[in-house]
Design a protein around this ligand. Sequence first.
Ligand code: NAP
Ligand code: GDD
Length: 321
Amino acid sequence: MKRALVTGITGQDGSYLAEFLLAKGYEVFGLVRRSSTESFERIQHIRDRVTLLQGDLLDENSLISALADSRPAEVYNLAAQSFVPASWNQPVLTGEFTALGATRLLEAIRIVDKSIRFYQASSSEMFGRVRETPQNEKTPFYPRSPYGVAKAYGHFITINYRESYDMFAVSGILFNHESPRRGLEFVSRKVTHAAARIKHGLQKELRLGNLDARRDWGFAGDYVEAMWKMLNQAEPIDYVISTGKSHQVRDLVRIAFGRVGIDPEKHVTIDPSLVRPAEVDLLMGDSSLARSRLGWEPRVDFEALVNMMVDADLAAIGAAR
Ligand code: NAP
Ligand code: GDD
């Protein structure tokens, strides 16, 4: 039985990846940090099928112990401070988790077992003020947030360990991906959750920032498969993972409110405090390398994704009433 260690297993992607690896027959270990209240909601349904190990990206020894205890063939580094606006409030902590955390984990692998394959969760946020459209593996980075800067560090340190120590270390440059398990602060879930609450008569107003921003949104369940494929190739290569289609935040609002049959004009207001100090205006990825070499492609399109999220929020809110 192949073993895998997933950092960030309690997050959106961690929960889908753990499910995916279990279905592939892996023994799955997850790194979780101590907290006064457990945040295992997303992995509750597989809680008895995974082994959770205490550790933190801030603590090198805990990473070495987690590797020594789980002896994985593959490590997926999904843990991060992943919310872009929070990175302006906590730039140093974001760097500690999201940038240096990757180095700590790579160092732990180098010490415990250099043959472990390593996946780094890189991000389209690194493209920032984009140099070309669509963005591919060769597009230069121009990050526009402390989060994007930290991810660029994580990306290059992964390449550096691959080239310095001959380790199988790869980065997936993933464009935005969402699901019913998305955190409530990200715009997709904020909108679908609000549309469902307004439909149920529990909320009247939805405050948003920049409706003009464009993102290339895919489904998280599709994207975790690409992570696994990247670690199961003959060669360690970095890939862009995206749908290739870009939509505005206002399109997201239109589809989500359309699903519940409500006019968004009556509920959405613009809150200038939600506009970012520096915005990423347009992301659209070219994933042809992944499509040709990994045989990967997204299955869920934008409209189906938004509808899936609205339906899940409607059902969850309805059940809780
Ligand atoms: P998420 O839902 O915010 O999950 C983040 C995970 O990291 C949580 O499990 C969190 O644990 C854990 N974590 C945070 N700080 C930690 C620390 N110091 N030590 C150990 N664990 C820590 O993020 P996601 O959407 O699943 O994204 C997964 C990864 O992909 C992240 O690295 C993100 O930056 C990157 N990424 C995401 C997207 C996207 O669109 N979703 C796109 C590109 C890249 P707690 O439960 O304890 O908070
Ligand atoms: N969160 C949020 N809340 N975003 C808003 C809002 C709002 O009220 N109103 C407009 N937006 C706009 C943001 O300005 C941004 O342009 C866009 O919606 C998407 O915001 P998020 O959903 O917060 O995602 P993100 O693109 O900043 O970052 C996500 O994707 C990255 C990959 O490109 C995160 O998952 C990152 O971790 C990930 O790396």
